[in-house]
Design a protein around this ligand. Structure first.
Ligand code: ATP
Length: 305
């Protein structure tokens, strides 16, 4: 395994940030920790990166434990992108990468890394003048300059626009394609679905579910999600017996159905509402996603935005 941890626990006074986590990341896979803010993702990766010591549990990275005389060797083989990388604003892109390259005995040529992340036009630009997306690509380049086997990325695209996000995804995909292993954290389910071979859904310091994205979605037992609001109230159990319905959640006139057969369910729903004299305020449907898996597991949305 590229990374293995068992029984990880980290406490900050009364707060349990990581509450007993077991993980194994396979060589060559892109593994994601998906969860909302405060779920414990950053604390977990910081422990795996050897930056924070756990209160309990054990960590193996590329076959070694931190603090057993192999830390230097391990650092040479890892690429780490922290959540908010603070780079010196006055240095240029090229100078920043040459500085990072100097930390490693076997760094990649800086020019090659600049090409990998598509910053050729910005080689001479100062860090302070880069856009958010360009800064993020430079941070990724700094993590790639050591020619790592294993790349840790903490929320690599938070706050980026869709184009900038796509650029980062392409760099990560190329890294995995070339045989690298990635462990990333994200609160974007689109990112987890697109990049990750397997995803661990985290909340309150624990892993709620872990599998391939498609298998997690399939575990819902519903291909479509129907959300609707009613004027007037209805006991959600009245909807569970409608044909084609897999799951029902609802309160205060707002409902969410996991649906297996939309063609059967929809007419039955409409006639049931009519029979009860209830009026639809709104109704939307969408293909089930990892977001729905999270809602199903926690009763909350992954993101508030
Ligand atoms: P985010 O996406 O916001 O970074 P996260 O899932 O990465 O969220 P963590 O940063 O690991 O979550 O935080 C988990 C919990 O631990 C949070 O409640 C956070 O406030 C708390 N925490 C993290 N670092 C510290 C610290 N140094 N001291 C005290 N509490 C901390």
């Amino acid at each position: 395994m590229a990374v293995r941890c068992t029984g990880l626990v980290k406490r900050y006074e009364d707060l349990v940030a990581v509450a007993g986590i077991d993980l194994a990341v396979r060589p060559g896979e892109c593994f994601g920790l998906l969860g909302p803010n405060g779920a414990g993702k950053t604390t977990t990766v910081e422990i795996l990166e050897g930056l924070t010591a756990p209160d309990e549990g054990s960590v193996d990275v590329l076959g070694y434990r931190w603090g057993t005389g192999h830390d230097h060797n391990l650092r040479e083989r890892l690429g780490v992108q922290l959540q908010e990388t603070q780079l010196a604003e006055k240095l240029t892109v090229g100078e920043t990468l040459r500085l990072f390259a100097s930390f490693f005995s076997r760094a990649r040529p800086v020019e090659e890394v600049i090409r990998t992340v598509g910053l050729e036009d910005k080689r001479q630009a100062r860090v302070g003048k880069l856009s958010g997306g360009q800064k993020q690509r430079l941070a990724l380049a700094c993590a790639l300059v050591s020619d790592p086997e294993l790349l840790f990325l903490d929320e690599p695209t938070t706050g980026l626009d869709p184009q900038a996000r796509l650029n980062v995804w392409e760099v990560v995909e190329a890294f995995v394609e070339s045989g690298g292993t990635v462990l990333l954290t994200t609160h974007y389910m689109e990112e987890a679905e697109r990049l990750c071979d397997r995803v661990a859904i985290m909340d309150h310091g624990t892993i709620l579910s872990l599998d391939r994205p498609a298998a997690l979605v399939a575990s819902l037992g519903a291909e479509q999600i129907v959300q609707f609001e009613l004027r007037g109230d209805l006991d959600p159990s009245a909807l569970a017996t409608l044909p084609g319905v897999g799951s029902v959640a609802g309160k205060q006139g707002s409902f969410r159905l996991g649906v297996r057969r939309m063609g059967e369910m929809m007419p039955a729903l409409l006639s049931e509402l009519e029979r009860r004299g209830l009026v639809l305020e709104s109704l939307t449907t969408h293909q089930a996603t990892l977001e729905d898996v999270f809602v199903h597991l926690t009763g909350r949305a992954l993101r508030d935005e």
